[in-house]
Every structure is written in structure tokens, then in C-alpha cells.
Design a protein around this ligand. Structure first.
Ligand code: PLP
Length: 352
């Protein structure tokens, strides 16, 4: 098995990750033996991690960024809830999570023994501030808003949700794991500058084109991050805030390498190309009379039967279905116009 090619992205339409940028690959290989979880032994990668946090802060418009490079969005979301739980001295706490949020929040709630309150989304699959307000009470410690949802690429009304959280003394966490590297080039309100957000997940290993694993957790201030601090007597440093102990230096170095290469203009061009592809394929699918979701970000959903999905898969297409039976096309940077044309040709043939 090991002499086979690891993966071609030629027919991958379902992944929220993509081909890592060549600069990311080179940096990942060089820093493979390093461990940012042990900063006194590996000071260079520890300094690189600080630089990544600085850059993520610039992308998310956080003036004095604090945070770290996590293993991914799941860890970022778990840790955000851990901050909220530790910051609030509340018995039987709960978290309010819109239905369009990633399943990692269920893991977080279970791990941290926090009640999970799921709220319905509106017709456009966005969180509804009024429904969230109804679900929250004096035991709520955090509400979640999504900036680029996994199923449909939707952006929640973040200022309304963050204002509500801030007025009531609980945290607002924004999950921009997937959307964080494209949203700066749109007119959406999603970042620290737009709303009183406490914590934010933004993953370089998705649209950022870093090598896996490279996630990001940002907190508005040091005080918030301090809620994660655990003392580490034998490490040569006082304490750590991360969930993992030994961590990937490859992911951290790759994140800095690609951000230095692409932020902001390279990412802007990448976003424009991905968004154009999404709009183009959505238009083509509508022309073929599929019920299609509007691509707010580079993600298109369209109605397709389980049978059609199976036939597409048999031709090697990697496609995934949403909870309500839509096929998803995630227009990541590896998804080219030619690839989409081939896909549509197959679709016409198989659905004739
Ligand atoms: C991918 C994704 C996650 C989970 O991130 P992992 O890196 O897979 O752990 C969380 N939230 C959103 C919105 C995502 O798209």
C-alpha cells in the first residue's frame, strides 16, 4: 500500500481541505522533527507559532492576538468551550448552538459535561438570533455563530449574536474554521473588529492551504486564554494552554510559510477564482433544473438522489451529501473549471 500515490485531488469535490501550497509542503518537511509543545527545547518552532498567531490576528482583525495553532477546528471549538466553562462559575452550564454548526461542538459539550442546546436555523440555513435568545438562560456560558458553515457555506448574523451574548454576560464563539481565509475578501461581518467576539476558530489547513494539522484558536485577550493554563512542571516552561502536549511543528511551520506567501493578495485571487467557479457551477446546475443553493461562499449544494450520488461515486467522484439530501460541491483551490466541466458531463450522462 505504501508504494501507492497517497491522493489525487482530481475528482475531489467533497473536501474542505485542499492540496497544500508548495511553500507549506517545503516548510512542513523541514520542521517535521520539531515539537512546538515543548518550547524550551524547540524555541525556533515556538517563535514561528507566535508569528502564525500574529498573522491569524491580522486576518481576523484582532489587534493584540493571543491563541495558538491547534490540531484543527475540532480542537479550537473544544478549547473555546473550555475557556467559557472555566470563565463562568455556573452549575449545570449550557451552550447554545445553531443547527448549522459543526458536529465538533457536540464532542466539546460531551467532553466538558455542558448541556448542548441546538437551535433551528432560518430558511437560508443561517442561525436565527431570536431563536438563540429563546434558548439561552442564566445557565448559558457560550453561544456559537458560524462564519462559513460546513454544509452550505453560510455566514450567521454574527454582530447580532455577539451583541446578545455580550449583553447577557456569556461568551460568543465564532467558528470560521473553513471560512476564515476567504471571508476577508467579502463584505460579511464576521471578525473581531465587527462584533464583541470572545474566541474564534480559523484553520490554516483548510482554505489557508497549510499542511494538516494546522488549526487556529484566537482569543480576544490574554485573560481569556489564561483560562486554559495548566502547569507543566518538567517541561522547562511554566505552563501550557494547548489541548495536545506533543504537537506538529510541520503544521505550524507550513502555516507561516503559506501565509507569508499568499496573504493577502494570493488569498484574494484564490478566493475570487473559487467563488467564480462556485457561481458558474451553480448557474449550470440551475440550467439543468436541479434545485441549487446560492453559493454565499465557494460551496454549492444541489438536489440529487442517493442513486445518482452512488453512480457519481462509481465514476470516482468524491462527493458528499448534506443532512437534507443535497450533494455538496466545495470549490476549494484544487477544483478547477475543467474539473467542474467534466463533472457536469458525467452528471448529464448519468442522470439522463
Ligand atoms: C472542518 C470544520 C471544523 C472541524 O475542523 P477539523 O480540522 O476537521 O477538526 C469545524 N468547524 C467548521 C465550520 C469546519 O468547516
Amino acid at each position: 500500500m505504501l508504494d501507492e500515490d497517497p491522493q489525487s485531488f482530481e475528482r475531489v469535490l467533497s473536501s474542505m481541505c485542499t492540496d497544500p501550497h508548495p511553500a507549506a509542503v517545503a516548510a512542513a518537511m523541514r520542521f517535521l522533527p520539531t515539537n512546538p509543545g515543548d518550547p524550551s527545547t524547540f524555541p525556533t518552532i515556538a517563535a514561528i507559532e507566535e508569528a502564525v498567531v500574529e498573522r491569524l490576528g491580522a486576518i481576523a482583525e484582532l489587534s493584540e492576538p493571543t491563541g495558538y495553532v491547534a490540531s484543527g477546528g475540532t480542537e479550537g471549538n473544544i478549547q473555546a468551550l473550555r475557556i467559557a466553562r472555566n470563565a463562568h462559575d455556573i452549575r449545570e452550564p449550557n451552550i447554545v448552538v445553531p443547527e448549522n454548526a459543526h458536529f465538533s461542538f457536540r464532542k466539546a459539550a460531551e467532553l466538558l459535561d455542558v448541556e448542548f442546546r441546538s437551535t433551528a436555523v432560518d430558511e437560508e440555513c443561517r442561525a436565527d438570533p431570536a431563536t438563540i435568545a429563546d434558548a439561552a438562560d442564566d445557565r448559558t456560558i457560550m453561544v456559537v455563530a458560524v462564519a462559513g458553515s460546513t454544509e452550505y457555506g453560510r455566514v450567521d448574523p454574527i454582530p447580532a449574536i455577539a451583541d446578545f451574548a455580550s449583553d447577557h454576560g456569556f461568551h460568543c464563539h465564532v467558528d470560521a474554521a473553513w471560512g476564515g481565509f476567504v471571508l476577508p475578501f467579502t463584505d460579511h461581518s464576521w471578525n473581531f473588529d465587527h462584533a464583541p467576539i470572545d474566541t474564534l476558530t480559523i484553520d490554516p489547513h483548510k482554505f489557508g492551504r497549510a499542511a494538516i494539522p494546522a488549526g487556529g484558536l484566537l482569543a480576544r485577550n490574554q485573560e481569556l486564554l489564561d483560562h486554559l493554563r495548566i502547569s507543566t512542571p518538567y517541561l522547562g516552561t511554566e505552563d501550557q494552554v494547548t489541548l495536545g502536549g506533543t504537537r506538529s511543528g510541520a503544521g505550524v511551520a507550513s502555516a507561516l510559510a503559506v501565509i507569508e506567501e499568499l496573504w493577502p493578495e494570493g488569498y484574494r485571487r484564490q478566493f475570487e477564482r473559487c467563488q467564480e467557479n462556485a457561481e458558474w457551477v451553480a448557474h449550470a446546475l440551475e440550467g439543468l433544473e436541479y434545485e441549487t443553493t446560492t453559493p454565499e461562499l465557494p460551496l454549492v449544494g444541489f438536489s440529487a438522489s442517493a442513486d445518482l450520488t452512488a453512480k457519481l461515486r462509481a465514476r470516482g467522484w468524491k462527493v458528499s451529501r448534506s443532512g437534507d439530501d443535497q450533494l455538496r460541491i466545495v470549490c476549494m483551490p484544487h477544483v478547477t473549471r475543467e474539473m467542474l466541466e467534466t463533472f457536469l458531463t458525467d452528471l448529464r450522462e448519468l442522470d439522463a
